[in-house]
Design a protein around this ligand. Structure first.
Ligand code: KDG
Length: 315
């Protein structure tokens, strides 16, 4: 298998109309969750992906299982907690900041939050080329943190590449310090995806270049700093690669980072140049923000090429 992810797939209830949720009457149901999005994105890029997780034995768990299988994600290591429940979150769009979204979680105690090291099968990890984690899963519970650490150690032992998107969700950390948990993990990671605010929280560096330098000195070989509408930049020890953001209508930015990350690592596994991985990642992220839902607009490789050609024509 090409890419293995581990995390919590969730049901997203996305406000059909923008504005405060207390006035929203209609919600659209989507399958989401950062690592599930990455698995789906990888498959769209023509590679294989699998996921380690737990779903509730409820209708939402069945919905996610059907969706993952329908997309072609390997679910052989997706467990079901018969009497457990599947995490849900709501998205409020365009308020109070137009073009931005806010999320409200209903996930504490979910089946996935009980995932632990026992669910991480070393043989399954070793059968993959790249492990993709995010900073969301270790924030969910002690056992989830343990599952991430085991997957990371098994991946290193088996010689996999490891990517991690720092994805700090303040609502999940509350009074805990994400740096204490994530920095030791980042020391074992090859490709780091982050943004300026996460980097500041984790290593206290104010500029992109300083943050990248610090992450590279911790052992990463590629550090990608996402800047939303300001574009993205990838650093290696030798070079800096800049990618401008594409101008698209923003409906809901949630999920863009996962499309970005999956396109980047897929390009990387295909042996693409870093500038091409970055352009594909940026195209994928741009497409996702134009609709509600995290997964529907994640592009295939040929859709990315069409998008990039159209952008070039407009320049
Ligand atoms: O990146 C998008 C995810 O944040 C979203 O699907 C929900 O996984 C999620 C989370 O924990 O915030």
């Amino acid at each position: 298998m090409d890419v293995l992810t581990l995390g919590e797939p969730m049901i997203q209830l996305n406000a059909v109309t923008p504005g405060p949720l207390r006035y929203v009457g209609y919600f659209e149901r989507h399958v989401a969750g950062a690592e599930a999005n990455v698995a789906v994105g990888t498959v769209r890029m023509g590679l294989s992906a699998g996921m380690i997780t737990m779903l509730g034995g409820d209708e939402f768990g069945r919905c996610i299982m059907m969706a993952l299988r329908g997309e072609g994600v390997d679910t052989s290591h997706v467990g079901v907690e018969k009497h457990g429940f599947t995490g849900v979150y709501f998205i409020q769009r365009g308020y109070p900041v137009p073009g931005r979204s806010r999320v409200f979680y209903y996930r504490k105690g979910s089946a996935a939050s009980k995932l632990g090291p026992n669910q991480v099968d070393p043989g399954y990890v070793a059968s993959s080329k790249l492990l993709y984690l995010t900073g969301i899963t270790p924030a969910l519970s002690k056992s989830c943190h343990g599952a991430c650490k085991k997957a990371l150690d098994e991946a290193k032992r088996a010689g996999l590449k490891v990517a991690l998107d720092t994805n700090i969700r303040p609502a999940l950390w509350q009074d805990r310090d994400p740096a204490g948990v994530l920095v030791p993990m980042l020391r074992k990671v090859d490709i780091i995806f982050t943004d300026a605010s996460d980097a500041r929280l984790l290593i206290g560096q104010r500029t992109e270049a300083k943050a990248a330098e610090k992450f590279l000195s911790m052992g990463a070989s590629i550090v990608v700093i996402k800047g939303g509408a300001r574009g993205s930049v990838a650093f290696t020890k030798k070079r800096v690669y800049r990618q401008k953001a594409f101008v698209v209508p923003v409906v809901d930015p949630v999920g863009a980072g996962d499309a970005f990350g999956s396109a980047f690592v897929s390009g990387y596994l295909k042996g693409w140049r870093i500038e091409d991985c970055l352009a594909a990642a940026s195209a994928a992220g741009s497409l996702v923000v134009t609709t509600r839902g995290d997964q529907e607009n994640i592009p295939t490789e040929s859709d990315i090429k069409d998008f990039l050609r159209a952008q070039q024509r407009e320049e």
